[in-house]
Design a protein around this ligand. Structure first.
Ligand code: MIC
Ligand code: SF4
Length: 640
């Protein structure tokens, strides 16, 4: 039987396990990336593991999430990461150099390689045929030390594209269409490969937009073949030597095939508060817009911003609209300014923000109360923008620019002829903002620079045979890591300070949770389907660990979060019978005993002491995961 693209890369990197769907496999990791918001914790963990030098082919530490430096905390964290990178053998991408995924695609990603990143949108690298996955910081730390990355062998889905995008319809609309078809949990347990004749019409930035947003499907990753389009992009980035062709075998088998005719697509939007809540721009054309934000790792390439500039050229944005543009990288910004497109953007009335995540992670530019904000980003979870009642719609750069001009949600097809944008034959190469590590000899004498904001890793404890704890919080379906551990300008500076962060745990759902959990000492959380979707932030597991959460019982879990819970020594259980979810009430007193046996058999009983009822739970762990849970998490397990 032939192999899919992902299966070929997996086969080349397989350390142990069988390539059978549902089996745990261990992969050799060629490259890693971190960003600052998850990076401090990942490097503290790397230090705790005690390996003097990274053992990957390439590891890059980016600073892109929190660049505001509104106090010493942030600057200290940046300085810590910079000193760690120099000492341990990583490249350091300075603040302002751009968003990790955009810069990595431009300068470092290579077809056929494996990449894990402590950020859920690492699959952006799938746009050039990498097997690129998001992971918790601790998994990235282990991979940096030369350890394997463990995943469950995914199913393979193929999205077969035919036709060609119509004018004013772009890659973002392809992402929104697949979200409409599959929903935010439709990709869980699968790798999504993009194929068919239609892919030849898509450039690398367009492909990267699509693989980036595959994260919102819950997919393990998404990937395009590496073909002449890839070679052209790498050549323009001055690194054609990194090109290798990569395609699925003609007789490769897929678990599911979805056909999309690109020519049938229309400009789409994801409505509040979920990326799969899809409508057409046409349908919503009476909606007044307060704010438009263009940027993020989904849509901030040079091609995207040249298009925006061409739409805005010679025009002025509507009086009621505030428009921000954050280029994805210094390369993008420099090239925009050199060709004059930046002037077109600025003269329209746009506000230029730094080459960073910015508003996407609530770092400024929050909408006004109940404000309608159109964003070219990938997530519109409630409260993520920093304004609790903000109404965030996810859109393409074309819909964003058109709506900024009219002040209403606008189908850009009403603007007449679409301006054409041609990608340059050569990008401007300047890697001076990526600092190189010290050589091994020099590194030995280098000091790591720490600040007072960096607090120790939360205390772990080996597993005991029973958990007796109250149900401190019961939540519904699709709870995101933004609910569990919110980000934003007020909290993000404290990513290396778990005790401080803990005050905000679940604040979006219940402001009194943190205090209640802490007071109880031990607790159990109950959730619905797809619990922990969204970001890779391991803080959504480390903070609950700090607050005494011992187990989460849910209908189902998102992949990265389930791994993060195990890494933190918190047991993720599922209901054997989903209807039992209704038999539990917040405040119930619960017991799960005979845990050691339960981990082995995969069956546990939850006794509800308040009602006297018993509920059957399921868990399915590998020997390795059981050992991690017994040790109290991946860190004590790795240290032995
Ligand atoms: C996000 O988009 O939610 C983030 C912020 O990039 C996160 C990482 C983090 O929380 O630091 C992600 O996607 O993993
Ligand atoms: Fe940054 Fe937003 Fe991309 Fe996360 S989704 S990496 S916050 S730009």
């Amino acid at each position: 039987m032939g192999l899919t693209i992902a299966q070929k890369i997996i086969k080349n990197h397989l350390i142990s396990g069988e390539m059978k769907v549902g089996e745990e496999i261990a992969l050799r990791i060629d490259q890693t990336l971190t960003q600052d918001a998850t990076g401090t914790m990942a490097y503290l963990e790397f230090e705790a593991i005690g390996i003097p030098r990274v053992r990957t082919e390439l590891s890059v530490a980016y600073i892109d999430h929190n660049t505001l430096q509104s106090g010493f905390e942030n600057a200290d964290d940046h300085r810590y990461i910079q000193s760690v990178a120099k000492k341990f053998g990583l490249r350091f991408s300075r603040p302002g150099n751009g968003i990790c995924h955009q810069v990595h695609l431009e300068r470092f990603g290579r077809p056929g390689k494996t990449l894990i990143g402590s950020d859920s949108h690492t699959p952006t690298g799938g746009g050039i045929g990498m097997l690129a996955m998001g992971a918790g910081g601790l998994d990235v730390a282990v991979a940096m030390g030369g350890g394997a990355y463990y995943i469950t062998m995914p199913k393979m889905y193929l999205v077969r594209l035919s036709g060609k995008l119509s004018p004013w319809v772009s890659a973002k609309d392809v992402s929104l269409e697949i979200l409409r078809i599959l929903s935010v949990k439709g990709g869980v347990g699968a790798i999504i490969e993009w194929g068919g004749e239609g892919i030849k019409t898509l450039t690398v930035p367009q492909r990267a937009t699509i693989t980036n947003m595959g994260t919102e499907l819950g997919a393990t990753t998404s990937i395009f073949p590496s073909d002449e389009v890839t070679r052209e992009f790498l050549r323009a980035q001055g690194r054609e030597e990194d090109y290798v062709p990569l395609a699925s075998d003609p007789d490769a088998e897929y678990d599911r095939i979805i056909d999309i005719d690109l020519s049938s697509l229309k400009p789409l939007l994801a409505c509040p508060h979920s990326p799969d809540n899809i409508k057409t721009a046409e349908e919503l054309s009476k909606t007044k817009v307060d704010q438009v934000c263009i940027g993020s790792c989904t849509n901030s390439s040079l091609a995207d911003l040249l298009k925006v500039a061409a739409i805005l050229k010679g025009k002025t944005i509507a009086e009621g609209v505030s428009l921000s543009v954050s280029p994805g990288s210094r390369q993008v910004l420099t090239m925009l300014s050199e060709c004059g497109a930046l002037a077109d953007i600025l003269s329209s009335g746009a506000r230029l923000l730094e080459c960073a995540c910015g508003p996407c992670i609530g770092m400024g530019f929050s909408p006004n109360s109940a404000g309608v904000s159109l964003r070219t980003f990938n997530r519109n979870f409630e409260g993520r923008s920093g304004t609790k009642d903000g109404q965030v719609y996810l859109v393409s750069p074309e819909v964003a620019a058109a709506s900024a001009l009219t002040g209403y949600i606008t189908d850009p097809r009403t603007l007449g002829e679409e301006p054409t944008v041609i990608l340059p034959k050569e990008f401007r190469i300047d890697d001076s903002a990526v600092l190189l590590p010290a050589d091994e000899e020099e590194a030995k004498n280098l000091e790591i620079l720490r600040g007072p904001n960096i607090k120790p890793f939360p205390e772990t404890r080996p597993l005991t045979d029973a958990i007796e704890a109250p149900l401190t919080l019961k939540v519904g379906d699709n709870i995101t890591t933004d609910h569990i551990m919110p980000a934003g300008a007020k909290i993000l500076p404290y990513r290396s300070n778990i005790p401080y962060l803990s005050k905000f745990c679940f604040a979006v759902c219940d402001e009194s949770f943190a205090e209640r959990a802490k007071a109880n000492g031990a607790s159990i959380i109950v959730g619905g389907t797809n619990y922990g979707q969204g970001s890779s932030r391991e803080h959504a597991a480390l903070v609950p660990l700090y607050l005494g959460v011992r187990a989460v019982v849910a209908k189902s879990f998102a992949r990265i979060h389930a791994a993060n819970l195990i890494n933190a020594g918190i047991i993720p259980f599922t209901f054997k019978n989903e209807a039992d979810y209704d038999r539990l009430t917040q405040g119930d007193s619960l017991v799960i005993d005979s845990l050691f046996n339960a981990l082995k058999t995969g069956e546990a009983t939850l006794k509800n002491q308040t009602t006297g009822e018993e509920i059957a739970l399921a868990c399915s762990f590998t020997e390795r995961q059981i050992d991690i849970l017994k040790a109290g998490g991946l860190l004590p397990y790795t240290r032995g």
